[in-house]
Design a binder for this molecule. Sequence first.
Ligand code: ADP
Length: 396
Amino acid sequence: MFTHAQHALPDTSYDVVIIGAGRMGLAAAFYLRRLQVGARVLIAERGGIPSEDGATLHAPGVWHRQGLPAAWAARAAWVRHLWANPEVETGTARPHDPPFIACGHAHLHFTDEPATPPPAGLRTFTPETFLASLCAPAREQVQTLVDWPSVVAVTFDPLGGVGSGSTLALSYGYAAVRLGADLALNTEARLTPGGVTLRRLDVTNTHQIVVAREEQVRAPVVIVAAGADSMTLLEHDLGVIRRHGRAYAQYPQLEVPPAPGLPALAAQGFTVRPAASYLRVLPPVQGADPHGYAPVGGRLMGVPVGTRREVLDAMLPHLEPLPALMHDRLNLGKAVPDVPGAWEARPVGGWPLHERVADGVHLLLGGPGADQVGPSVAYDLAATLADDDARPWVDP
Ligand code: ADP
């Protein structure tokens, strides 16, 4: 069931408590309940679902196989199926949800980029053949976004596509609750010996966040799926230090409607992807930020903008090859909150992972590869805890 600060928790002892209702925590809750029907599972989330601060709400939502190591191929294929058919896995049919748009994912190689052989299932095209393969409206739009004379080759993943990461996470969340998991919103968790302490948060009529009540919950297993905050939580509460990083990513919007058939375009570390009524620009993530870093807006021609300075600096050398970045309808925001952005975890090795960090405490991190393989890693942890080796992506 869902519980808010005004309700007492249904129980004070669980088999597993999951801290964080992002895409990773919710998927783990769902698979735990599915693989171990009797497991008593509580998910504690500081905000709502999807949380405004978490990576899930702002995840790029781009699935493709460019740069995917062979070892992840079968998992990625399974997750692709999930993106396209979330109801098959979770049983949650939500007809109003934005669909997965599978118009492909194109990686554009520029003159100074060494050509690498494409991964299995992907083909490399000349720019001319690639452009000719697009339908007229998409071709016209693509021509305005990129300086084509500088492009030497295009690696295209026809199975690639874009979807909403928070929709997928919500499907997992509803399905987990329907299968019997408890979900406590506005509930901040701290690790304590033998379980967690929960601070149930409420808002006063003067908009101040207060702790409405504090509750102790016993659990032999705790999964820390708190995204970028996970490492601080482990360090403060357990004295365990992990070397995973975190970074703040910002996503300016190009206020032009996507042409039908437009694929996601990746070039020079940037991705431009179609969204509902605009194009989303995903700049390269600027390395791990030190703890305590607060993003501040940058300035453009002396005028303050909400896009932070590091992102603007990253854009400058690419303005010529990628005219999309100097498009007059690129919305850089007037203030930092106007440009969607989020802290996200940067797992060492770059791919989502789970690891046991102490007796009965597991870390579950999404990060940049979560769109491609995240749910399979959440499944793995659930299966490990449920002691079931029947992973759906293992080829017979
Ligand atoms: P991931 O992609 O790994 O799922 P997210 O950032 O989307 O990561 O999700 C992490 C979630 O954990 C966020 O919704 C955030 O609000 C929540 N969270 C972080 N710290 C705590 C905490 N101490 N207690 C409860 N929830 C937390």
